[in-house]
Design a protein around this ligand. Structure first.
Ligand code: ADP
Ligand code: ADP
Length: 238
């Protein structure tokens, strides 16, 4: 199993119980869509996996490694195996498209200028190949803020892939995109996961989109799993 969550619970300091004893397993190569009403705990679940949000109790395993037992350098290294993709893209606006992709290799955002020169040619070549894959090669030198929403999310995907992850954590990737662009982004996500054998957890706002693009849907409600299975079995009530 690539990812295993064991009785994961998150209570925020404000008292909100966002997740209650959530357990699930995701094999390599599987794309899981997380659905549920606002406040159900979808975003918290995604962030507990790489501990951007610290779980209150329960355990997270990536392969044989227990993420919840790690600290410092080991945790940073493990996080690199988990690429994150965000609703608002989280690009560095002042950097070029190419530089944004390379921040995925780096694992952090550098503050110095022209940091491209610091990368070995193999990294640059790999980043170009990724930009080619997501259809942005001719935009490589543009500033990130010169792109459309759909293009910006493609940069987000290329940046996550530049980490060579085993798992993608994807938080509402299409929430700021129009329906047509949303479908293109979901199709691209599904394709790159299939090509690379990546697992993904995708918090999808839009249930119709989830049905169309993922093989397994997990429904969350008030911090608990209320559905786990094929998109076909999903009743409209969830
Ligand atoms: P943790 O318990 O993991 O340390 P925090 O309680 O520090 O998390 O939450 C991070 C920040 O988000 C806090 O400043 C908190 O006030 C704020 N926050 C509070 N309620 C919400 C909410 N419902 N949604 C998003 N952020 C919230
Ligand atoms: P979803 O992604 O399904 O909308 P969230 O994971 O954002 O759900 O939120 C789950 C619950 O946790 C909600 O009650 C929300 O208000 C609360 N919550 C989320 N983030 C924070 C935070 N940083 N601090 C306190 N409460 C939070």
């Amino acid at each position: 199993m690539l990812l295993r969550l064991e009785t994961l619970t998150k209570r925020y300091r404000t008292g909100d119980l966002a997740l209650t004893e959530v357990s699930l397993e995701i094999p390599a190569g599987q794309i899981v869509g997380l659905i549920g009403p606002s406040g159900a705990g979808k975003s918290t679940l995604i962030r507990c996996v790489n501990r951007l949000v610290e779980p209150t109790s329960g355990r997270v395993f990536l392969g044989k490694r227990e993420i919840t037992a790690m600290r410092g350098r080991a945790l940073r290294r493990a996080r690199r195996c988990m690429g994150m993709i965000f609703q608002e893209f989280a690009l560095v606006e002042r950097l070029s498209v190419m530089e944004n992709v390379l921040t995925g290799r780096l694992g952090y955002v550098p503050f110095w200028r022209s940091f491209l020169r610091r990368f070995p040619q193999t990294d640059i070549d790999a980043a170009f190949a990724l930009l080619d894959r997501v259809g942005l090669i001719e935009h490589a030198d543009k500033r990130a803020d010169a792109l459309s929403g759909g293009q910006r999310q493609r940069v987000g995907i290329a940046r996550a892939l530049a980490q060579n992850p085993d798992l993608l954590l994807v938080d509402e990737p299409t929430a700021s995109l129009d329906p047509k662009t949303s479908r293109q982004i979901m199709r691209l996500l599904r394709e790159v996961c299939t090509e690379r054998g990546l697992a993904a957890i995708v918090n999808i706002h839009d249930v119709a989109l989830a049905r169309q693009f993922v093989g397994r849907i997990i429904g969350l409600k008030a911090g608990r799993i209320v559905y786990d299975g094929a998109p076909d079995g999903l009743t409209p009530a969830i």
